[in-house]
Every structure is written in C-alpha cells, then in structure tokens.
Design a protein around this ligand. Structure first.
Ligand code: ZN
Length: 280
C-alpha cells in the first residue's frame, strides 16, 4: 500500500507517521492510522525529504518503507583537520586548532532524568508502560545523538575540515575506554559513559555523508598531555574542568585540550616533523 505526500504526515521528532485511510464517506470524517516507528540507529529521517510511505506486509508483520528524495552530491571536503573528544564536563569538544566548540549535552541528560523519573512511578518495571517508556527514552536519545553529530559535522563543513580525529582504544591495553556499566537500572548520569558508545555510529555515518574522514587515534595521553607545549606526565592536573600545565602554565578547558591533542595526532605535518607545536 502506498501513501503519497498528501496522504501522510510525518513527525520525525517523535517518530510518528500518520497514514490516511481516506475519507470515510458514510461517517463524514477522515480516518487514519497512527504508526510509531523505529529506524535503524544510523538512519535519521529528519534529514530526508520523504516522498512516499509504503506499508508492506512481510513475514507476519507490517513494515514501513520511506521513499526519499536524495540531494545532489555533497561539496568536496576541505583539507583542514579537526579533533573531537568525548569530554569530562561536556559531552563533546571539537578543536579546529585556532578555535574550538563545546557541546554540553544538557538535553541528553534531561531526557534520561525525565524518563527515569517517569519509570520510577511504574509499579512494575516489566509492565507495558515501563517498556513503552524505555523505548521512548531510547528513541529520544537516538534523536539527540543524531542531532549532535549533525551539529558537529556542520561546524566541520563550515571550516573545510576533511579529516576529523577521534579516539580509539588504548594502544597498550587494546581495550576501548571504559565507558562504564550500561545497566539501565543503575544509570550513572554523572559521567557520559551511557551515551558515548551510542555516539560513534551516527557520527561516522554523518561524516561519511559529508565526505569527511574520521581517523581514529589512540586516546593514550590525550587527556594527560598539554596541547600547547606537548608536556606529558601524570602530575598534570585537571581541576574543575580545567587543564593546568605545570610546564608552560597553560590553563585550558580540559575537554578542549583533549580534543586539540587528538587533532594534533592526525595532523600530517606534525606526524612527520616530530611534533613541533604552535601555541595558537
Ligand atoms: Zn604546557
């Protein structure tokens, strides 16, 4: 069954689509089916111009297919380099060398708090209502993470970034950063562990769509090193979100310092000349 543009209305934010069943002539009213849908995590329908919705019956269930118009090829990316770090205080920080952008991520936390509170009011954590709340929370979170990756990519495109450094696991241990316990019942909202591992896919996907290479570098020392002078040791301090260098007296936002270190790791000139740094 196909629904043309006039016969459906789409609410991308709340992942609903309303399909018209046409005018009911007998009862003089329009009838519709309200569908709540879930997409694959790497698909964000807010970005697409939906031309048609098809309802297809397959393997005992109804599936919705969204037929979208694609835009022309993206502009070719520039040759500047950026670095993104998942932060201590902020959700993410992106450094472009001479400037940086912070993403506090407050809406992400608010979303979690809202649904935790709502779910606490459910008598049974396995009830239909509790399950519905969980699904809703995940949906909203996915939406927010997509919006965040989109915002980061927009900043990158505006600054002609072609290479974006991001963190990988530690080279020594081979383990990824300990993002913590993902048990939803014991959600630790003080850190960002619960959201980080869900952020990479949308970020990669959006970067790819913009033609930006995400280069993963080891996170080793990225939070312990000074991005201005390169000094690294375990005594370097992070106080109230500030990185303080004992060597050159630089005081920087700790998340920006981390992002800048990651950016420098993927800078081609720095990789070959042994790491000469400017103080910009
Ligand atoms: Zn320093």
């Amino acid at each position: 069954m196909s629904f043309k543009q006039a016969d459906f209305s789409h609410d991308a934010q709340f992942t609903y689509v309303r399909l018209s069943k046409g005018r009911n002539l007998k009862e003089h009213r329009s009838d519709f089916i309200l569908c709540e849908y879930q997409t694959r995590p790497d698909v964000d329908l807010t970005e697409w111009d939906i031309q048609q919705v098809r309802a297809v019956y397959k393997r005992d269930e109804w599936r919705l297919q969204f037929v979208c118009r694609t835009t022309s090829d993206p502009e070719p990316p520039g040759d500047d380099v950026g670095g993104v770090d998942l932060g201590i205080c902020n959700f993410a920080a992106v450094s472009f060398g001479s400037e940086s952008v912070l993403y506090p991520g407050g809406a992400l936390k608010e979303n979690e708090y809202y649904f935790i509170k709502k779910k606490a009011n459910c008598d049974d954590s396995l009830s239909r209502e509790a399950t519905r709340l969980d699904r809703k929370r995940t949906g909203r979170r996915t939406h927010l993470l997509h919006a965040l990756s989109k915002a980061i990519m927009k900043e990158c495109v505006e600054r002609s970034v072609g290479d974006l450094g991001g963190i990988r696991e530690d080279d020594e241990t081979g383990e990824s950063r300990n993002w913590g316990d993902h048990d939803h019942r014991n959600l630790d909202l003080h850190g960002w562990a619960w959201a980080f591992d869900r952020f990479r896919t949308p970020l990669d996907y959006k970067a790819e769509a913009e033609g930006i290479d995400v280069e993963l570098v080891s996170e080793r020392d990225t939070s312990k090193s000074c991005s201005a002078c390169g000094h690294t040791d375990d005594t370097q301090r992070v106080e109230r979100g500030l990185y303080v260098c004992e060597e050159c007296d630089t005081v920087a936002n700790a998340d920006v310092n981390g992002a800048e270190n990651i950016r420098q790791k993927v800078l081609p000139s720095l990789a070959t000349d042994g790491g000469e740094r400017d103080n910009g």
